[in-house]
Design a binder for this molecule. Structure first.
Ligand SMILES: Cc1cc2nc3c(=O)[nH]c(=O)nc-3n(C[C@H](O)[C@H](O)[C@H](O)COP(=O)(O)OP(=O)(O)OC[C@H]3O[C@@H](n4cnc5c(N)ncnc54)[C@H](O)[C@@H]3O)c2cc1C
Length: 387
């Protein structure tokens, strides 16, 4: 008999929630295997050489409308109150993103802006958030050309860089979600709970995993300790009768036997500058610059005080698991074809009793941090009920 009741592969939010719940609520002994040399998955943060707390895999801002998720995580951290604001560089001006009435005034002459504002308020009401696709369908020629302006200057090139496609390949579904805000509200997220963990995400997840009953093995990929030989699971070569919760890539788990699931990757270029502040807000988007999508200044997220500052520039790129400059899978490319391929993997998972795939990579879907936590809490509740 193994000394463990469960193995969790991956120490990001999804794996950490499961491990914490299993250990603290059910008294299970849990072995967490993490292939990287650190916990916290893509939310990992660390102090750089200049002593600035940076987010290793890109800027992470916590926001949620789920009180249950906020309360659950608040057991493990205090929060720095922070509401994210983004500016975008358009024709040499910095304008609020999403596009709002302040953006309107920065992009158009005063008489033009006030005429458009009146029309927006009359058509949709003050404080409305109008999907750009809806604005494009307006019967008013002025509003239609405003929609075209925003689409061209703010949205289309950014999205094409992000997903590595041509502007004309962007589906109407995606642009339908981009809002035009009929107010001066320049917050990027509207969720009631928003913040950054005071000591960072790695410390938060460290506290979740610091439970009696949880052992964490870093630098250990699942396959170094576990073999899946359907329908059996072996730990260190011996049959393992407990639960295996896997939060890595589901196609990798099955040696890509049904083909690869495509991802987008990112290149991050960090730079430390001998100035206290680099830009007016935490994130500036560059919709129309070649390659670059955005620059984030970490101190503005964390509130850290220092004479120096560290920024990160982001360049989306194709994912290639054989190339170490682009082998981190960040965003699932969620097309109908890929969804079907994922579904075939999900059917394979079902053939192995005791195996569950979870999270951003295990379920091949984009999850914000709060979704990842909510999703893992739900999965735990289902497991608890089925016992
Ligand atoms: C650039 C970027 C910015 C983001 N910004 C935000 C934001 O501002 N706000 C927000 O809410 N969300 C944001 N997210 C989403 C957030 O990163 C995810 O919600 C979160 O990482 C999901 O956690 P997870 O545990 O499912 O996956 P991950 O964090 O990816 O964790 C999976 C872990 O499993 C490990 N692993 C994989 N395979 C194996 C294996 N075979 N054996 C052992 N270990 C393995 C990995 O090393 C990793 O540590 C952002 C994502 C990206 C890419």
């Amino acid at each position: 008999m193994s000394r463990y009741d469960a193995i969790v592969a991956g120490a990001g939010f999804s794996g950490a929630v499961m491990a914490e719940r299993l250990a603290s609520q059910l008294g299970w002994r849990v072995l967490v295997l993490e292939q990287r040399n650190h916990i916290a998955g893509n939310c990992h943060d660390q102090y750089d050489d200049a002593g600035i707390l940076i987010h290793t895999y890109g800027p992470h801002i916590f926001h949620t409308r789920h009180a249950a998720v906020w309360n659950y995580l608040s057991q493990f951290t205090e929060w720095r109150r922070y509401e994210h604001r983004v500016l975008g560089e358009v024709d040499g001006e910095l304008i609020p993103i999403p596009f709002n009435l302040t953006s309107l005034r920065r992009c158009f002459s005063a008489p033009q802006a006030s005429r458009l504002e009146e029309k927006l308020v009359a058509a949709y009401g003050r404080d409305a958030r109008v999907p750009i696709l809806e604005l494009r369908r307006s019967n008013d020629d002025d509003l239609k050309s405003l929609a075209d302006f925003i689409y061209e200057k703010v949205f289309v090139n950014y999205t094409a860089k992000q997903w590595g496609c041509r502007p004309d390949e962007i589906s109407a579904d995606v642009s339908a979600r981009v809002p035009v805000v009929v107010s001066e509200d320049d917050r990027y997220f509207q969720d009631p709970y928003q913040g950054i963990p005071v000591q960072g995400y790695s410390a938060l997840i460290g506290r979740m995993l610091d439970q009696p009953g949880i052992d964490v093995a870093l630098d250990t990929a699942l396959r170094q300790r576990v073999t899946i030989s359907a329908p059996d699971i072996l730990l260190d070569g011996k049959p393992f009768a407990g639960s295996l919760i896997y939060t890595g890539m589901v196609d990798e788990l099955f040696d890509y036997r049904l083909g690869e699931l495509p991802y987008r990757s990112l290149q991050f270029r960090f730079e430390t500058l001998d100035i206290p502040q680099f830009q007016p807000v935490a994130t500036v988007n560059f919709p129309n610059a070649p390659g670059l999508t955005r620059i984030t200044e970490f101190k503005q997220l964390t509130g850290q005080v220092s004479e120096r500052t560290t920024i990160v520039r982001e360049y989306p790129q194709a994912y290639d698991r054989h190339d170490e400059t682009r082998n981190v899978p960040y965003y699932p490319v969620f097309t109908e074809e890929n969804r079907q391929r994922y579904q075939r993997y999900a059917d394979l998972v079902k053939t192995i009793p005791g195996l569950q795939c979870l999270g951003r990579l295990g379920e091949y879907r984009y999850l914000n941090m709060d979704d990842a936590v909510a999703n893992a809490l739900e999965r735990f509740a289902a497991l608890e009920v089925s016992r």
